[in-house]
Design a protein around this ligand. Sequence first.
Ligand code: BGC
Length: 763
Amino acid sequence: MRNFRKNSFCLLLIGLSQFCLAQNIHKKNTNPANKEAFIQTLISKMTLDEKLGQLTLYTSDMSVTGPIMRDNYKQDIMSGRCGNIFNAYTPVYTRKLQDMAMQSRLKIPLLFGYDVIHGHKTIFPIPLGESCAWDTLLSEQSAKIAATEASADGLHWTYSPMVDITRDPRWGRVAEGSGEDPVLGSAIARAKVKGYQGTDLKSKESILSCVKHFALYGAPVAGRDYNTVDMSMQSMFNVYLPPYKAAIDAGAASVMSSFNEINGVPATANKWLMTDLLRKQWGFKGFVVTDYTSINEMVNHGNVANEYEAGVAALNAGIDMDMQGAVYITYLKAAVEKNEVKIADIDAAVYRILDAKWQLGLFENPYLYCDEKRAKNNIMTTEHLQAAEQTATASMVLLKNDNNLLPLKNEESIAFIGPFVKNKRDLIGNWSAAGDYTQAKSLWDAVAAKTVGKASISYALGANVTDDTLLIQKMHIQEFIDKRSAETLINEAITVASKANIIVMALGESEGMSGEAASRSAIGIPPNQMNLLKAIHALGKPIVLLLSNGRPLSLSWENEHVSAILETWFLGTQSGPAICKVLFGDENPSGKLTMSFPRSIGQVPIYYAAKNTGRPFDNNQKYTSKYLDIPNTPLYPFGFGLSYTQFNYSNLQLNQNQFKKNDTIAASVTITNTGKIDGYEIVQLYVQDLVGSSTRPLKELKKFSKVFLKAGTSKQVCFKITMDELYFYNANMERVLEPGQFKLFIGKNVNEVLETSFELIGN
Ligand code: BGC
């Protein structure tokens, strides 16, 4: 007994001293004055190999997105030659890897990154879909939930937000961004960073964000992924760069360099971009990681002769971390010896990475995020699923609704036809992280539950998502393909549809038709599904078309022939219930497009903030800027989306008609819900600067507000615009505010607006 007491006393003492030690370290590390000393001391103990190890990021073998896979990364971790891992998660696995790092000489904790793009396990709508909610609180909420789940699953760092502005729907990665507008894109970028990082990176529930792909990745020539970007400085600064800047101003901890070149210099070797602009002008203090092997790829770009030169160029440009390419670890030692890379620059890069680890609290506890209890309790909770459903509902865009066909009312029999009725696999979309499609809720299941005892429902597949065997192979979807002939499938669908009084067709792209390396030269519904749609249309019954897709599609035929069209994107885990609610009117759709939908692929790139040209469109004049065969306008413009109710805009007012450069413009408008259903309306404010020293776009979004209006009620919506929001970069790349006449528009989309004007006077 005595011995036991003695032993327990000793144990208590040891425990106490360990606790005090930990507290001491903790105190030391959380004091900002000590952070620098702590990191610098650590750096001073590191060998060059260990330093380069901290600049190295390898993928684990859990999931891989690119071509290179290293087998021996575990040895690298233990020898300090790899300080960061991506595509590894779960508390058990990350603990195992962290254990290896703890066996290294300096025991520097690993940083775990992953593409948590629209949810970790609870999957939210693809970002393009979510952007159509125009709701920064929802955007922040989905990022916060993603961070909660990812951090509970062992992760520290997400490769999101993707803020690449894009005007070309051929580019498959439009699915991952927030569309074509810099003001909306910036607002969403800020919200995402806030959601991921919270107010304290040391909180177990926050993770580092990584704004990508810096820069201009959304503007590849011809919409082909990875292609060259060739852009004027004005477009860069007025349109494409603002969302990156917004994310950085919001505190984004890291930046990912893009694959593309910019006017002849790959982003990953672009010193002007990474150092002069990002660090010196914008004051970015975090670290920059490359995209997947983008240092190695410079050899293909042809700006360097070999990987050695590529590594030197990247480090000297200001790139801190090499994703998967192993160029830094392989070549930079020699480069230091040859004095082609300065050790001070390597130290600075190492500092930034250790700083991120420090901010996360990993030096205090490398296993902070390896908590199995959290993984059990914090993932796919009821609360998270509800939030995902709320966001999914808000992301849908009603494109057409002739004779108020939607919401479905008391139909006796409804036929559901198409490859997306029972589909689960595609619903969670591209980049669905650790999402499990089998947990997604299908439309069919939701509808079946909803209609029990009310309407008879029937189903036919009608068509596979595509008949293109090469595409099927590329997308690895053989097992999801019904082997019967296209004709058999269509005939079966005709039989089913003939017995119903209304037909809901769920068509679109499979998730693999958008996302990375998924550019398309034709952006319609795949031809075999169009054949089905045309065959069903020939029955002469009302058709509701539900679209699943990751990009704007060209829908001219559909718009002409189908009564109602609802854009549902890929809405994530809660797709089925969300679509069902809108279909049957439990929810009123309120989403509005954040990318213009072209009439035809020939109009691409197409965007609302175009210039007037010297020969503006005039259908009666031959020599004006137009096509011979179609109008210039898109099929569905930016900001467009219908509701089950109607909103009337009136009484557009400004506080003054003349403003000076320190004034604030106050604009207001009255919105009335003139229909019979409550609903949200997204009110948009645009400005046109009529005469500029450089030509100005016809309209630019400056403000937006989402308001809820009960049926029959009105609300005054007010906006404040500061003069800062009217500045632009002119041809000399000066940021200027120019006196003159402006038009101001407020409306329900970029075309349906009320208009007024004001003057900006000098001084
Ligand atoms: C993509 C990035 C992604 C990275 C890591 C690349 O292929 O372009 O967006 O973050 O892989 O998975």
